[in-house]
Design a protein around this ligand. Structure first.
Ligand code: ZN
Length: 656
């Protein structure tokens, strides 16, 4: 469906052209069938008044790093049109020279780096320009007879520009085409790339944009109906097999990667095609997807063969690289397999999400082109290689900055809805890990709003529920590298002489039995971890220095500590580290309430404030501090430490 969303009541008046452009940009940017993740760009020509009051003819063009969906006025870079048109007159301009010139030409140095397509926007005489990579348009341009189809479907009023890589050369080709008859056109289709439309106002450009996409869409519906989704999603796959594949992919990449399984009915239909190996390897919708998805997915599970093929592709096309280059990692970013469905792979959960979004748009295009339109014909691999190894694309990825230290790692935290568990989950997310959080509280689902977060309500004392949660974690992130055992209860305070047997058992069930069950269950995944498995067990100061009245709690945590020490012994040869933290006096957690605090303070004959600081350093201890120590313990800094017990208690004379 193509929806016309322009609302004259909401749209800013054309008297504020930049505001109108922001409005139109957001409309096309928020439709994933037109623009995905930073794709597309827009501009408007409107005056800029410099500090002397002089008016400068200015192109306001989308800056890098802004998504059209949420763009603001500050997302546009003002550039003097005269200067840009002069640049088009030089004989040649390398990518980096062009970007330097565009950067230097900004009338406001605080504006973002202008789009690589700025020169193209500058040469088109119309004031408002919109550019998208609409699925319906790229479907037509990626057919063997794409140019003829475009002409047939969109009519004579559209310029058809053969594929040229974006940048100076493309702008020159388009300039030459405009000189010989661009004036009457309402739009321009760039083969294997996308659509430009223009007008005196953004509203006009938007109308043309929607009109052309609707024409393409209607034609496709009539001539190449989409296949119906499969009758049902794909079934269960052994989670250890999912983890094994992710580990092989991570090894090929030289770093841990997140791998998310997609098994919807829509995916099932695509991977169920008899011609999957051929249809899935035709190439991307637009060249710029290559940096997110690689040129082709892995069909099946032979990661080593994929990596070997990637290396041959690199060697074959090396002569097309612009400037010096080294091979990118040869690991796939998309895997399609008839039983698994699709795996979307990325350095972080959000990178995996981008690969998934792109491939969800790719599958139906490939299917309809193959089934009805004579087959999909992406660009030759040399052209795609040129974009994959294009400095400017690599710069785009690098601009995201170095990945955080735990990027690509998948963690599982129990007791994650509150207290120390929640703080640990937050700290691991902050350091780049993807985190599955288990908790008895249903609220765990919404504790964090992040593509790297999966909250699973789960009673860890029920083995079947815990098994299901572990399986969900592996489906969502590809494996488990880090486990933080945090779920725990304190139980009632009573002397042993008055022990309540059922209370004793319930404390043991949560603090020991569930932890033993979990460790046993996650071992196969920790052993497969491409980074080496890491476990942090949250125990308590009560283990080395018990207090009266908390027999069940102290005993259960002592058993937990011993369990962790045995795990450290048994699992060292699997490369798995297991360490223990012994916090004390962490009063911002669910275990502590006013009554318990008052009770414990009274027991020692001091007031609550004094009780909170009852340690050698006289310092209160917080969940966040415990979480930082846990995150350090599971980081590479403690690569040589296992079986350790770290006090986080402000110092205790009975422990020191
Ligand atoms: Zn583009």
């Amino acid at each position: 469906m193509v929806k016309y969303l322009w609302d004259d009541h909401l749209a800013p008046a054309p008297s504020d052209p930049l505001a109108e452009c922001v409005y139109g940009s957001r409309l096309i940017g928020s439709d994933p069938a037109m623009v995905l993740h930073g794709g597309g760009n827009t501009s408007v020509k409107a005056p800029f008044f410099d500090i002397t009051g002089e008016e400068v003819d200015t192109l306001w063009v989308k800056g890098s790093g802004w998504d059209l969906a949420g763009i603001e006025k500050e997302g546009f870079a003002p550039l003097p049109i005269r200067r840009l048109r002069r640049l088009l007159d030089v004989d040649s301009l390398s990518d980096l020279e062009m970007m330097r010139e565009l950067s230097a030409a900004r009338l406001d140095p605080a504006a973002p780096q202008p789009s690589v397509e700025s020169l193209l926007h500058a040469l088109i005489p119309h004031r408002a320009i919109l550019h998208s990579h609409a699925d319906a348009i790229v479907t037509l341009t990626n057919l063997a007879d794409g140019a003829d189809r475009i002409r047939e479907v969109l009519g004579e009023g559209v310029l058809i520009v053969p594929y040229v890589m974006p940048g100076f050369d493309l702008a020159r080709v388009v300039r030459d085409m405009w000189t010989s008859g661009g004036d009457g056109s309402t739009g321009m289709v760039l083969m294997n790339h996308g659509l430009f439309t223009y007008g005196e106002t953004t509203r006009q450009a938007y109308r043309s944009h929607l009109k052309l996409i609707s024409q393409a869409h209607r034609w496709l519906e009539a001539h190449a109906p989409l296949p119906a989704a499969a009758p049902s999603p794909l079934g269960r796959v052994d989670p250890v097999e999912l983890a094994r594949i992710r580990t092989e992919i991570s090894r090929a990449a030289g770093r841990p990667l997140i791998s998310v399984r997609h098994a919807s009915a829509e995916v099932a239909r695509f991977v169920g095609r008899a011609d999957l190996p051929s249809v899935a390897t035709r190439g991307p919708l637009t060249p710029e997807h290559v940096i997110r998805t690689k040129r082709i997915p892995l069909v099946g599970r032979d990661v080593a063969e994929y990596a070997a093929q990637y290396e041959r592709y690199y060697q074959r096309n090396l002569h097309r690289a612009r400037g010096e280059t080294t091979m990118l990692d040869p690991a796939p970013r998309v895997v399609v397999d008839p039983e698994i469905g699709m795996l979307a792979v990325g350095a972080t959960a959000s990178d995996s999400q981008i690969a998934s979004d792109i491939y969800h748009h790719t599958m139906p295009v490939l299917s309809r082109a193959e089934d009805h339109l004579g087959g999909y014909a992406a660009l030759p691999e040399g052209d795609l290689f040129e974009v994959e190894y294009w400095d400017l694309e690599q710069v785009k990825l690098r601009r995201g900055g170095a990945y955080p230290e735990l990027a690509g790692m998948a963690a599982l935290v129990t007791g994650a809805a509150s207290g120390i568990g929640r703080a640990c989950a937050e700290e691991l997310l902050k350091r780049g890990a993807a985190v599955t959080g288990l908790d008895l509280s249903p609220g765990v689902v919404d504790v964090f709003d992040s593509s790297g977060w999966l909250g699973v309500p789960c009673d860890v004392t029920h083995p079947a529920a815990q098994a299901e949660a572990v399986e969900k974690a592996v489906e969502r992130f590809g494996g488990i590298d880090i486990v933080v055992v945090c779920a725990g209860i304190f139980g009632g305070v009573s002397p042993i002489a008055e022990l309540d047997a059922s209370e004793w058992r319930s404390v043991m069930a949560v603090n020991v039995d569930a932890a033993a069950d979990l460790l046993s269950r996650v071992h196969p995944f920790l052993r497969l971890s491409p980074a080496g498995g890491r476990v942090a067990v949250v125990s308590t100061r009560n283990v080395p220095a018990p207090g009266p009245g908390a027999a069940a709690y102290s005993s259960s945590k002592a058993a937990l500590t011993q369990l962790a020490r045995v795990a450290a012994l048994e699992w060292a040869s699997d490369g798995i580290r297991v360490n223990i933290v012994n916090p004390d006096a962490v009063f911002d957690t669910g275990i502590w309430n006013e009554e318990l605090l008052a009770n414990r303070a009274a027991h020692y004959g001091i007031d609550v404030e004094a009780y909170k600081r009852r340690n050698l350093l006289g310092t209160p201890v917080t969940s966040a501090q415990v979480a930082e120590v846990v995150a350090e313990l599971v980081s590479d800094r403690f690569a040589a430490t296992t079986g350790a017990q770290i006090p986080i208690d402000g110092g205790n004379e009975r422990v020191v």
